[in-house]
Write a protein that binds this ligand. Structure first.
Ligand SMILES: *[C@@H]1O[C@H](CO)[C@@H](O)[C@H](O)[C@H]1NC(C)=O
Ligand SMILES: *[C@@H]1O[C@H](CO)[C@@H](O)[C@H](O)[C@H]1NC(C)=O
Length: 472
C-alpha cells in the first residue's frame, strides 16, 4: 500500500500509509477511490488518501464483528495493557502526531503538542484504569424466606471499534493506525477508515450490524444520523453537536482573569471548538471598559504556518469555513451590531480569518443565535442575574458555559440556572479524561469522558436466579 511523507515540526519527515486501516493492515478503498487533502495554511494540495465506499464499510463491519467474538472474552488485564501501550506509543511519537494535526487541520503545533496529544494519552490511561472495573451490578433481592440472591459475574465491556476520520483531516488517525498495529491490538479490534461523511458516514449509520454510533459534528448531520437509526436497526446513538457557549462576566469578577479566559475561550483553536465561548455577556457597569480591553487583547495574533513556534494563529479549516465567517460578518453588520475588530480575511494565501468581535449584539441576532465555529465573538451587556440567565439559556444549544464572579453564592445560582452540559466558574474549558463532556438541548446527548462515558459503551443485562435447595 502506498505511503506519503509530509514535513513536520523542525523539518522532520513523517511517513504514513494512505490506505484504509482494516485488520491491522492498510488496503485501498473499493474502486481505488481517493480523496484529496489540502493544507489549509497554504490552500495547496497536501496528500491523497483512500476514501471508504459503502463496500469498504461493509468489509470493515465484518472485520469488527469477527474481532468482537474473541475480544469480548479477552481478559481485562490484556485490554488495560494494550490501552496503556498505545498511550506510551502516542507519547513517544507525540511530535509526529502534533505535526500531522498542524498540516492538515491547521491546528497550532504548540497547542497540539502541549494540549491535545497529552489529553489523548491521559484519556487512554484513564480508561485503561477502568478496564477491570466494568463489572456487573451486584444487588440483593429479598425473596420468600429472606433468601438472598446475589448476582455477581462481571459483564466485561470489550467492544470493537470503527473510527471514521474527518474527511478533510485524516493524517493524525493514519499515524495512529500504525501505532495501534505496533501496540499489538488483535486485528479488527480497532479499524480506521477515511471517507466522505455523506458516503462512508452514511453507510455506517445505515448499517444493520453496527450496534452503536457516536458522532461529533453539526446538528444537521446529527439529526440525519438519528433519523437513519430510527429507520434501520435502532442503533444506540451518542451525539455531540454544536454549541453557542455563553461566557458571563459580572462586575465583581477578577478583571484580568475574566479577560484572559473570555479571550482564550473564543480564540483557542481559532474558535473551532464546540465548547467555544462565542457569546460574551458583560454586566453593564463594566461593559464599555471590558469591551475595549477585550478587543485590544484579542487582536493580538501572529498568523502563519501552524508548525512554527512563533505562530499564535492558524488558518480556519477550509475555504467553505472562511466563506461562512465572511457571510456572518455581513449578517452582523446588517443586524445593527458594532464591528469591534476583524471581520476580514488575512492575506490571500490559505484560509486565514482575522479574530473578530461584534459588540451591542441583540439577543435574536443570527450572530448571537447560530454556531459560527470560528474566532468570532458576539458581545452584549446585561443588568441582572435573572436577565443574563434568560439570555444564556436563550439559544437552541446547551453545551458549555462559563461564569466569572467572586461571589460564590452568585456563582452557584448561575451554574444552576444555565442549561448546559458543563459550566466553568472563573475559567473556561473542561476537557479532562475524568470529566464527562456533552450537551443538553440541541447540543445533543450522551457523554464523552469520565465514568459516564462507559455507560455509552455498555449495556445492562439483568439476570435473576432461582437457586433450588439441595436435594442431598
Ligand atoms: C487499483 O489500483 C491497483 C494498483 O495500482 C490496480 O492494480 C487495480 O487494477 C486498480 N483497481 C481498479 C478497480 O481500478
Ligand atoms: C433558563 O432560562 C429560561 C429563561 O429564563 C428559564 O425558563 C429556565 O427555567 C432556565 N433554566 C433553569 C435551569 O433555570
Amino acid at each position: 500500500m502506498a505511503t506519503i511523507t509530509v514535513t513536520g515540526f523542525e523539518g522532520r519527515q513523517i511517513t504514513v500509509s494512505t490506505g484504509l486501516f482494516i485488520d491491522n493492515s492498510f488496503v485501498p478503498a473499493f474502486d481505488n477511490k481517493t480523496i484529496d487533502i489540502e493544507n489549509p495554511a497554504t490552500g495547496a494540495h497536501l496528500v491523497t488518501v483512500s476514501a471508504a465506499q459503502p463496500e469498504d464499510v461493509d468489509r470493515v463491519v465484518q472485520s469488527s464483528k469477527k474481532a468482537y467474538a474473541t475480544w469480548k472474552t479477552e481478559s481485562s488485564n490484556t485490554r488495560r495493557t494494550l490501552l496503556n501501550r498505545l498511550a506510551d506509543l502516542i507519547e513517544r511519537d507525540a511530535s509526529d502526531l502534533a505535526s500531522l494535526e498542524a498540516v492538515d487541520a491547521g491546528i497550532l503545533y504548540r497547542d497540539s503538542i502541549g494540549l491535545h496529544v497529552p489529553q489523548a494519552v491521559e484519556t487512554l490511561r484513564y480508561f485503561a484504569g477502568w478496564a477491570d472495573k466494568v463489572d456487573g451490578v451486584s444487588m440483593s433481592i429479598p425473596q420468600g424466606m429472606i433468601t438472598i440472591w446475589k448476582i455477581a459475574p462481571a459483564l466485561a465491556a470489550g467492544n470493537t471499534l470503527i473510527i471514521k476520520t474527518p474527511e478533510m483531516c485524516p493524517l493524525y488517525a493514519q499515524k495512529l493506525s500504525h501505532l495501534i498495529a505496533e501496540a499489538g491490538f488483535p486485528p479488527g479490534v480497532i479499524n480506521i477508515i477515511c471517507g466522505v461523511g455523506a458516503v462512508a458516514g452514511q453507510a455506517l449509520a445505515e448499517h444493520m450490524e453496527v450496534k452503536k454510533l457516536s458522532f461529533t459534528g453539526s446538528s444537521a448531520v446529527g439529526r440525519a444520523i438519528l433519523a437513519t437509526s430510527a429507520r434501520t436497526n435502532l442503533k444506540k446513538i451518542t451525539l455531540e453537536l454544536g454549541g453557542k457557549g455563553p461566557s458571563v462576566v459580572f462586575d465583581d469578577a477578577d478583571w484580568d482573569n475574566a479577560l484572559l479566559w473570555t479571550t482564550l475561550g473564543i480564540t483557542v483553536n481559532n474558535g473551532q471548538i464546540c465548547a467555544a465561548g462565542s457569546r460574551i455577556y458583560v454586566q453593564d457597569t463594566i461593559y464599555q471598559k471590558f469591551v475595549e480591553e477585550f478587543s485590544k487583547r484579542s487582536r493580538d495574533a501572529i498568523h502563519g504556518d501552524p508548525l512554527l513556534s512563533q505562530t499564535t494563529k492558524g488558518p480556519v479549516m477550509n475555504a467553505g469555513q472562511l466563506d461562512k465567517m465572511l457571510s456572518y460578518v455581513q449578517k452582523g453588520q446588517q443586524g445593527g451590531a458594532k464591528l469591534l475588530h476583524g471581520g476580514e480575511r488575512i492575506g490571500n494565501k490559505g484560509h486565514f480569518f482575522a479574530n473578530t468581535a461584534f459588540s451591542d449584539v441583540s439577543q435574536d441576532a443570527a450572530i448571537m443565535q447560530e454556531e459560527i465555529f470560528g474566532p468570532f465573538a458576539s458581545i452584549a451587556p446585561f443588568k441582572t442575574e435573572e436577565e443574563v440567565i434568560a439570555k444564556a439559556n436563550g439559544t437552541l444549544y446547551g453545551l458549555s458555559a462559563a461564569v466569572f464572579t467572586n461571589d460564590l453564592n452568585k456563582a452557584f445560582r448561575i451554574t444552576e440556572g444555565i442549561e448546559s452540559g458543563q459550566v466553568t466558574v472563573n475559567t473556561w474549558g473542561t476537557v479532562n479524561a475524568n470529566t464527562p463532556f456533552g450537551g443538553v438541548k440541541e447540543s445533543g446527548f450522551g457523554r464523552d469522558n469520565g465514568k459516564d462515558a462507559l455507560d455509552e459503551w455498555t449495556t445492562v443485562k439483568s439476570v435473576k436466579w432461582n437457586i433450588l435447595p439441595s436435594k442431598l
